[in-house]
Design a protein around this ligand. Structure first.
Ligand SMILES: *Cc1c(COP(=O)(O)O)cnc(C)c1O
Length: 420
C-alpha cells in the first residue's frame, strides 16, 4: 500500500494526487515516424491511385503479413472501412445487419449508409460486446450480416458468433477498430477468416497522424471490389495508364500516403507498445481488483486484450445505498477527476437511442437492458494508458482511486445531496 488513501479529497478542497488532469500523450511520434512522413513529402507520391509502389501499398502488405491474411486494402477511415466491406459483400437496401448496442456510432452509421437497417444486439455484462445468444435473439429472415465489435480491445467470442452466422447464412464483418494487437484463441484479431476492418484514427492502438482505415480479408474478390470502391469504381492497373472508366458506383475513399507512411513506422513498434501496455495495465488493475464494489475490466481465458479502453463497473447500490445512480456516478467521476484522473463516459446511451439513429430502429424501446445497465454504472479511462511509459501515471491513478474509495462515505453524502 501507499499514501494514496490519506488526506482530504481534492473535490472538497484537499491536495490532489496529481497536480493537474493528466494530459493525452498519444500517439507517440518518434524521429523514425517523422522521417517516414518526410520521405513521402519528398517523393511527391501523395495518392494511392498511382501505379508506382506507394506507402499505402507498403502498409497494406505489412499489415496483411503481420496478421497472416491474404489481402489488406487501405481506405480513408475506419467507418468507411466497414461501409466498403459491407458493400463488397453485397449488403444493401432491404438487408438487416446486427451490430452490438454498445459500440461507437460509426459501426451503425456504416450500416445505414449502405442502405441496410442496423439491428442492435444487447451486450455481455463482463466482455461488453455482442454474444452468440444476443445475436441469435435478433436474427430474422432479413438478416444478412453481423458486425461483431471487439470493443475496448477485447475480441468478441467469434467461434460462437460465426457458428450462429453460418447457420443463418449471414456474412460476418468484424469491427476491429479498437483491437490492433488483440488475440482470440491465439489468432490475431482480424485474422480469424472473416473480413475485418481497422481504424487508424489517431486515438487507436495503431494510429496515424490523422485519419485512416484498413480492411483485411482472405477473399480476393472482396478485396478487389474494395480497391474499386475506394477509387470511383475504377480499375487501376500497374501495367497501363488510368482509363477513367467506372465499373461500379464507387467513392473517393483512399488512404493518403502520408498517413500510411506514419502508420507503417508505428507498426514497427506495435508489439513493443502492446507488451508494455499489457504489463502497465495489469499492474494497475492488480491494485484495484479488491476494492469494494468496483469491477475491473478482465481478460477471459483464451483472449489477449489490447486494452484500448478500460471500463470499470461500479456497484452503486452497494456503495451508496438509496442514492440515485446517476448522481452517485457523477460525484464519483468528479472526485476522480479532481484528483487528476481524467475518467470519462464512453457512450452515453445504447446506440439505438442516438438521435441520429432513433428513427430507423424497429426494435422496442429498452430492448438492451444490459447495455443500459453497463452505461449507467460504469466509467472509462481512455488514451492515457496507451503509451509504453504510462506505468507510473497508472500507479498515480491507482492512488487516486484508492483515495477516493477510502472517502466513499463523504461521496455518499455529496451524492445524496446532488440526487435530491
Ligand atoms: C473508431 C471506431 C470506428 C470508426 O473509425 P474512424 O476511423 O474514426 O472512422 C468504428 N468502430 C469502432 C468500434 C471504433 O472505435
Amino acid at each position: 500500500m501507499n499514501g494514496g488513501s490519506v488526506g482530504e479529497l481534492a473535490l472538497t478542497g484537499g491536495e490532489p494526487v496529481l497536480g493537474s488532469l493528466a494530459p493525452v500523450n498519444w500517439p507517440r511520434t518518434t524521429d523514425a515516424d517523422r522521417a517516414a512522413v518526410l520521405s513521402v513529402l519528398d517523393s511527391n507520391l501523395f495518392v494511392s491511385d498511382r501505379t508506382e509502389a506507394t506507402a499505402v501499398e507498403r502498409l497494406e502488405r505489412s499489415w496483411a503479413e503481420y496478421l497472416g491474411v491474404r489481402r489488406c486494402v487501405g481506405v480513408s477511415n475506419g467507418t468507411t472501412a466497414i461501409e466498403l466491406a459491407l458493400l463488397a459483400h453485397g449488403i444493401g437496401p432491404g438487408d438487416e445487419v446486427v451490430v452490438p448496442a454498445l459500440t461507437f456510432v460509426g459501426t451503425a452509421m456504416a450500416v445505414v449508409h449502405v442502405g441496410a437497417t442496423p439491428v442492435y444486439a444487447d451486450v455481455d455484462p463482463v466482455t461488453f460486446t455482442m454474444t452468440a445468444d444476443s445475436l441469435a435473439a435478433e436474427i430474422t429472415e432479413r438478416t444478412r450480416a453481423v458486425v461483431p465489435v471487439h470493443l475496448h480491445g477485447l475480441s468478441a467470442d467469434l467461434a460462437a458468433i460465426d457458428e450462429v452466422a453460418r447457420r443463418h447464412g449471414c456474412v460476418v464483418v468484424e469491427d476491429a477498430a479498437q483491437a490492433h494487437g488483440a488475440r482470440y484463441r491465439g489468432v490475431p484479431s482480424g485474422a480469424t477468416g472473416n473480413t475485418a476492418t481497422f481504424s487508424l484514427q489517431m486515438t487507436k492502438n495503431l494510429p496515424t497522424c490523422g485519419e485512416g482505415g484498413l480492411v483485411v480479408t482472405d477473399d480476393e474478390r472482396v478485396a478487389d471490389r474494395i480497391v474499386q470502391l475506394r477509387q470511383f469504381g475504377e480499375t487501376i492497373r500497374p501495367d497501363r495508364p488510368r482509363r477513367y472508366v467506372s465499373h461500379r458506383l464507387g467513392f473517393n475513399a483512399k488512404l493518403s500516403n502520408v498517413q500510411a507512411a506514419y502508420t507503417s513506422s508505428q507498426l514497427e513498434r506495435l508489439d513493443e507498445y502492446h507488451a508494455a501496455r499489457r504489463a502497465n495495465v495489469e499492474a494497475f488493475l492488480a491494485r484495484l481488483r479488491d476494492l469494494d464494489g468496483l469491477t475491473c475490466p478482465s481478460e477471459p481465458d483464451g483472449y489477449e486484450h489490447a486494452w484500448h479502453i478500460l471500463r470499470f463497473v461500479v456497484d452503486f447500490d452497494r456503495l451508496f445505498p438509496g442514492v440515485d445512480t446517476g448522481a452517485a456516478r457523477g460525484v464519483l467521476m468528479r472526485a476522480l477527476r479532481a484528483e487528476g484522473m481524467p475518467v470519462t463516459r464512453y457512450q452515453m446511451m445504447p446506440l439505438a437511442d442516438q438521435p441520429a439513429l432513433r428513427a430507423l430502429v424497429r426494435q422496442k424501446p429498452d430492448s438492451w437492458p444490459v447495455t443500459q445497465d453497463v452505461i449507467d454504472r460504469s466509467f472509462t479511462l481512455q488514451q492515457r494508458h496507451l503509451p509504453p511509459d504510462a506505468g507510473p501515471l497508472l500507479q498515480s491513478f491507482a492512488d487516486a482511486v484508492e483515495k477516493v474509495w477510502s472517502h466513499r462515505k463523504v461521496l455518499a453524502e455529496l451524492a445524496e445531496g446532488a440526487g435530491r
